[in-house]
Structures are given as structure tokens and as C-alpha cells.
Design a protein around this ligand. Sequence first.
Ligand SMILES: Cc1cc2nc3c(=O)[nH]c(=O)nc-3n(C[C@H](O)[C@H](O)[C@H](O)COP(=O)(O)OP(=O)(O)OC[C@H]3O[C@@H](n4cnc5c(N)ncnc54)[C@H](O)[C@@H]3O)c2cc1C
Length: 451
Amino acid sequence: MLNKKIAIVGAGITGLTAAHTLQKNRFSCVLFEKKNEPGGSIKSVKQQEWLTEYGPNTILVKDKVIHDYLLELGLHVSKQLANPAASKRFIVREGVLQALPVSLSSAIGTELFSWQAKLRVLKEPFIGRSQNPDQTIAEFAERRLGNEVLDYAINPFVAGIFANKPENLSLRHALPAMHRLENQYGSLIVGSILGMRQRKKEGRIARELISFKNGLQQLPDKIASRLQKVHYNTEILKIVREKDEWYLASKKQTFGPFSDVVMNSPLYMLGSSMFPLSESDYDRMMNVHYPPLSVVHFGFMKEQVQHPLDGFGFLVPDVENRNILGALFSSTLFKGRAPEGHHLLTVFIGGGRQPELASLASEEIFELILEELSELIGVIGEPVFADHVFWPKSIPAYHTGYDEVLETFLKIEAKNPGLYLAGNFRDGISVSDCIKNGIQLAVKIQSSKEY
Ligand SMILES: Cc1cc2nc3c(=O)[nH]c(=O)nc-3n(C[C@H](O)[C@H](O)[C@H](O)COP(=O)(O)OP(=O)(O)OC[C@H]3O[C@@H](n4cnc5c(N)ncnc54)[C@H](O)[C@@H]3O)c2cc1C
């Protein structure tokens, strides 16, 4: 066993991956989680034959690192690939579900965009780079692709990934790959084509959209089952540095000493008294907005739904003035989510677009959603299964000026040797990003010097 002893606060996917990597490399590591189970935002719930996801529904595997990590965990055995039909994604336009084009011919023929919008997109390669180093996603999309693509593609896409609005997010921080395309190639279209060719040349792994037989929860459960020291039901209230070593205090007990501490707690859970923080640093972190979101699962008998639900789901652009952000066709997406002869839908409501709707009572939310579903996909009657999860704070918004927040993290870490802040508030919000960041952090801690 090597000399360092590391404490990890929070069994979110970042903390779990970091702990697992450290332990694998023979470092002593103790994980503290305030709840009675691992996973943080990742939570799958089985009720009779309905298998629902309260947080993330899918993991996009596009890097070898993630592919290999799942293999190492032995999770390839229970891996579920998304139904190939899920490559079809719908966007609502004038109350009708239109398939998002996936090829040049479908792009030409689609009714999702007008001819003017299609011609406007063709101008994209000739539009110069932005002079603004920190533009919003909305500014970027409007300038490069035009209003209509912003409204009917980018706006719903941002709602689907970040539960937010393109006006609220920084392109560079929230969608760094898109930012790079503009910077490197001067064009999204040219950059995407060249990037695709490059990926083929490098023989990179094919992208997979996945879950597991018993839902995404299998991932944190599997990692946690391999950890030797986990304290559940243990909320860390304070961390203190004494003589170059760290001590952690819960309500009942003090733990330590530790050489390093990883805080995988969402920013809003970092109490001002948890570790020494200036008022301005604390305020900057607390100003990162996590919009409220409600997730509703509805089960219907197949004959209650007129739409074939032959795709991933649909997203609703803001300009359509509706009460939901979109819905996943969960039982089309993965097998085993609903009883035979039934459909499971997962509907999202609220977010940065309509935060006031997220916190309504379940009955009110159910009513709003049923009205939308009956208009959009021809749902008839009441659901045979209904379930509602409210996230008062869902996903951190990487706003413009996020550099200051990132600098604050670096400043705090420099002032407190051995302390690391890690989670979806930094370097990407997706489960894949968090796994990669957890692994990288473990490697950084392993190679850092002892104080
Ligand atoms: C509704 C929703 C849908 C999503 N959909 C997708 C999707 O489809 N695909 C995708 O890739 N991503 C999705 N995401 C994003 C992704 O799930 C999250 O960004 C990611 O899981 C966050 O992981 P994390 O490591 O930051 O930890 P978190 O999940 O934030 O977990 C932090 C953990 O720390 C614990 N903790 C906090 N403070 C303390 C303390 N003081 N002491 C002890 N423990 C503490 C908490 O209890 C929690 O378990 C979604 C997120 C949400 C909310």
C-alpha cells in the first residue's frame, strides 16, 4: 500500500470512478456518501415491471477510455445497446413530430426546416469566426446557422441535454467540441466532415448509446461493490487541515488523517463553513445556476397511443409555446422497461426554460403533460402507470464568464494543498465526461507530491 490516504466525499459517478481507480492502483481510499446508496444523480427504480430512470437515461460511449472501463467492470455482459430505431429523433414543429434529418437527402426533403433555412445553412462555411471569445450557444447558432436552425434544432437540443436555454449557456464551456470546430476549421460543416474522416482514419471505436439490463444504476452499484471502504449515511459537514493533513467531520465522528480530499459534492451543497473560503469565492460558486426539473414517467397500454413511438423521443422548441421540454420513448429505446403490451414514456418539464412548471404538484404536472401528449402523439385516456421525480437543482449551467468559476476552483485548490473539487460542474456534465474526469483526477492525485 502506498503512503497517501485519500478521502472522497460524495459517491456520484466522478467520486466513485476516482475512488475505484485509486484503489486499483493500491492507494488507500475511503468514500463518504450522505445517502444510503451510491450513484448521486444516477438512479434506476423498478416498480412491478416498470423500469424507470430518475436521472440520466443513456450513456454515450464514444471514447476507448469509457469502453475499456465498462469492460474492466465486467458490465459488458449486462450492457444494453439502444434500439437502432432510436437513431430517429423527432422535433415538434407546428404541433407535429418531424424526424430530425440524418442524411443529406433527408435534410433536403425535411419539413422541419423551410427552404430559406436550408439555404441559410449552406452559407455556414463562408461565415467568419466570432470575435467574441465567450459567446452564448444562441449567439453562435444564430450567426452561423440562422434563426430557424437556432429555434428548431439548437434550442430543443440544449433543452434535451442541459435542461436549459441556449441563451443561458457559454458555447466554449458547454459545447467545447462545437467551439473547437469553429476555431480550428472556421466552419461546423467542414469541421464535422473532416473530423469524421479523421476518426475513421484513426480507427476510433464506433459510438454506442447504452444502458444496462437493470438500468444505469448498475454502473454505480458495480463500482461501489468493488470498493473496500465506503461510509454510507455519512454527511461530511466540515473538512479541516491540520499540520499538512486533512480531517473530515460528520455529525457523529471525525475521520482522518488524510493526505488528500476529493469533494464530489454539487456546488450548492458546499456549505460556506465546510472549508476556508472567501466570501467572493463562495458567492461565485453559489451563483452557478442548477435549474429545477421534473421527470415524469407515464405508462400506457399500446392501444392508448396513436403514434408508433418509432424513435428515441421528441424535443419541443421554445417557440412552440408548450408546457414540456420533450419526452423519451423509453420502452422503444431499451428492452425490458415496460410490461408486455405497454409503452413507457419519460417526460421532462421545467428546466431553465420554464422553471416555474417544474415545482408544481404532481397532479397539476400530470394534467399538463397528458394534454400535451394527447395533442402531440395521440395519447388516449389516463396512464396505467405514473411516477414523478422533482429535481430542485438538476444540471449546472456553464454560463458565459464560467472562466471565473473555473479559476475559483483552481484558487481554492492552490490555497488548500491536497484538496480537489470534482464533479459535473467542471469539464462536462455527461456521465461519460464524469467517468473520464474521475479517472484523470485519480492519476493526478497518485502522481502529486505529498505535503
Ligand atoms: C434529470 C437528469 C438527467 C440526466 N440525463 C443524462 C443523460 O441521459 N446522459 C448523461 O450522460 N448525463 C445525464 N445527466 C447528467 C449526469 O447524470 C450528471 O451530470 C452526473 O451523474 C453527475 O455526477 P457527479 O459525479 O457530478 O455527482 P452527483 O451525481 O452530483 O453526486 C454527488 C454525490 O455527493 C453526495 N454528497 C454531496 N454532499 C455530500 C457531503 N457533504 N457528504 C457526503 N456526501 C455528499 C450526494 O449525496 C451525491 O450522491 C442527467 C442529469 C439529470 C439530473
